[in-house]
Design a protein around this ligand. Sequence first.
Ligand code: AMP
Ligand code: MG
Length: 398
Amino acid sequence: MTMLRVEEAQALVLAEIARGAAEDVALDEALHRVLREAIVAAIDAPAADNSAMDGYAVRAEDIANAPVVLPVTGDIPAGHPSAAALAPGTAMRIMTGAFVPEGADVVVQVELTDGGLERVTIAQAVARGANIRRRGEDMRAGDVLLREGARIGPAEIAILANASKTRVHVSRRPVVAILSTGDELIEPGEASAPGKIVNTNAHLLAALVRDAGAIPRVLGIVRDRREDTIAAFTSAVESDFVISSGGVSVGAYDFVKDALEAIGAETKFWRVAMKPGKPVVLSRLGDRVIFGLPGNPASCFVSFHIFVAPALRKAMGQEGGIFPPTVRARLTAPLKAVPDRRVYARVHVEARDGVLVATPLQTQSSGALTSMRHANGLAVIDEGTTATDEANVLLLGL
Ligand code: AMP
Ligand code: MG
């Protein structure tokens, strides 16, 4: 099988993904989930014209020749609309959020008055309509407030609450099995021995899966034996998705591709023209999609962002924002691709004097955990090119 271009591989991934099931959850559990219903405003908000200030509701024409003194005929706290209309030549004291009485067409902020309770002196004229929030200014009955497929953040939670959605129809969180292949692996806290390394990938991938809104199911270490690898995948495919790390290269003990074929899974691709992350397998068994990611931690990290996170978002029915957004950033050091593969360099992006600046992390070694620390972007350097001043950068973690 030849090396695919990244975009071709991404298209093949998305082609394998169907939208998963939905469920109802309590409002506050809906954060970071994908909405699976449209939310339409039932009523106008605000429901009536209301005051944006603490002050006095008056008629603009009565204060045109300010300073003026007006009798105060009522007091309107928020939540207690005035039964009476405002009579010409009078004022009513009004609080922020309270409904503006009929007849009034402006609110004078208390700072421009003497704050009187019986009679108020208004020091300055204010234009008609000032300090009044109009009925329906925020949303009108019938407006589509949130579309199906929207990702729910704090602002969406507020809109759902305002729509009285105590239960929200959202995507079920897919369960993602995580396998770590390698004879060299030990778990964190286990006694080390020569040649052993800690299974960081299981924890890295579990965290990435959780960040992407799915549920990790960590299945542990799989030794580099064909039979063990087959057994591990056989139980892993009970989950909605499977991610393995390691064992997808051309080493004598790399059994992932072989084991997947042995259990009847169909290899969709193997090897993509990217660095890090060239040896990556996409495979399918029934309605399960399996990602065989490379073993090096930074390769796992990059492949997850490029292939797995978009797949999970699509599976949850997210509309838009499937792939990380791209920005143009100034580079603090040149970055070079390799002749036949696109490089995804780990960079730290920040704004300096209003300009986005990307600093390549010191090590770009795919085996180095420090090459991911502080990486909030991936600079994209096309095959055969060197970026000296600027590059496109994929923003991560949004
Ligand atoms: P492999 O693709 O299996 O040849 O693995 C490549 C390299 O990635 C190994 O030599 C390890 O250094 C590293 N590696 C593999 N699996 C893990 C893991 N679960 N956690 C951390 N590093 C790993
Ligand atoms: Mg290995």
